[in-house]
Design a protein around this ligand. Structure first.
Ligand code: MEV
Length: 328
């Protein structure tokens, strides 16, 4: 039996625009998905998800990884438990040169699902690592990131960037632009506060919506380009440790994301609650549509304000996690 864990993340800047080749800066946070893989005698895969908004959900399928289970659970949740795990197992079998092996897989996570904190990427990265180790093979973080990206790319119909998977595999703050992915060293302490509205955005639908706007209106395409310019400015502020400037740019980034239609009433409400509490800046994180916002605040005020904000289900401080995927 082998267990690996990988962190979730927040986007300091650049979600959505990263899909079109602009840079993005995601940061790993100390909230992890843990995946345990235990080899079976047959070629079936059994998934038990304990804390993944899928409490107590268990499903077995297999022989071939292409066979979908028939269960009465909303599609995005089934995909979380099967599509991503299925892809992770396929990658592990390929990496280990074992075309057929079955596993009992257990997923435990303290990253809310579909909330913009990179839960699926963390599950896939940890899943590939656990299954390959169980088969006696150890992959580098870069190779895990690459294989996890292939899984997200397939499950999300070719619309995923490398941002979530690279960040989860490597940990820390990273810069992603197309296939060019690297860690950013010497990052200042980033006082992240996260607010979660309890909702789930459909990443595929949200990405498709932005693509349509961008293809229809020149000014929407310009907005995507402006997010890229903002990220480049943000990288300089990050290098200079200028937290105030980072906050201002986060506010601006949220405005540009709203303009391309991916915010929501509850995300806007949490962003304004954070700003009014004195946060240096606040924005939605991830695909949007619902889920999480991230704010920068050295004081406790934003955390407290979010706890009392109607529509905010959970608020927590999130430390930057310098460590990516690791065996447990
Ligand atoms: C989703 O977490 C972030 C998006 O930019 C999509 C992606 O980068 O794959 C919306």
């Amino acid at each position: 039996m082998t267990t690996s864990s990988a962190p979730g993340k927040v986007y300091l800047f650049g979600e959505h625009a990263v899909v079109y080749g602009e840079p993005a800066v995601p940061c790993a946070i100390e909230r992890r998905a843990r995946v345990t893989a235990e080899r079976r005698d047959d070629e079936r895969v059994r998934v038990q998800a304990n804390d993944l908004t899928l409490d107590g959900f268990a499903v077995t399928w297999g022989g071939e990884t292409g066979t979908r289970p028939d269960v009465d659970v909303p599609r995005p949740l089934v995909e979380a438990a099967t599509g991503y795990i299925d892809g992770a197992i396929e990658q592990a079998l390929d990496a280990a040169g074992e075309p057929a092996a079955g596993f009992d897989v257990t997923v435990e996570s303290d990253i809310p699902l579909g909330a913009g904190l990179g839960s699926s990427a963390a599950v896939v990265v940890a899943g590939i690592d656990a299954a390959t180790r169980e088969l006696g093979v150890e992959l580098s973080s870069e190779s895990l990131a690459d294989r996890a990206y292939q899984v997200e790319h397939d499950v999300q119909d070719g619309q995923a960037s490398r941002a979530d998977t690279f960040c989860s595999a490597m940990g820390g703050a990273v810069r992603v632009r197309g296939d060019d992915c690297r860690r950013i060293e010497d990052v200042p302490t980033l006082p992240f506060v996260v607010g979660y509205d309890g909702n789930t955005g459909d990443t595929g639908e949200l990405v498709a919506g932005v693509r349509k706007l961008k293809d229809t209106y020149g000014f929407a395409a310009d907005t995507i380009g402006s997010i890229g310019d903002l990220v480049r400015t943000g990288e300089l502020a990050l290098r200079d440790g200028d937290i105030e400037e980072l906050g201002r740019l986060m506010d601006f980034n949220h405005g540009l994301l709203s303009a391309v239609g991916v915010s929501s009433r509850s995300l806007d409400t949490m962003v304004w609650a954070a700003r009014e509490a004195g946060a240096l800046g606040a924005k939605l994180t991830g695909a949007g549509g619902g889920g999480c916002i991230v704010a920068l605040d050295r004081t406790e005020q934003t955390h407290t304000a979010l706890e009392y904000t109607p529509g905010c289900e959970d608020a927590f401080r999130a430390e930057l996690d310098g460590e990516g995927v690791r065996p447990e």
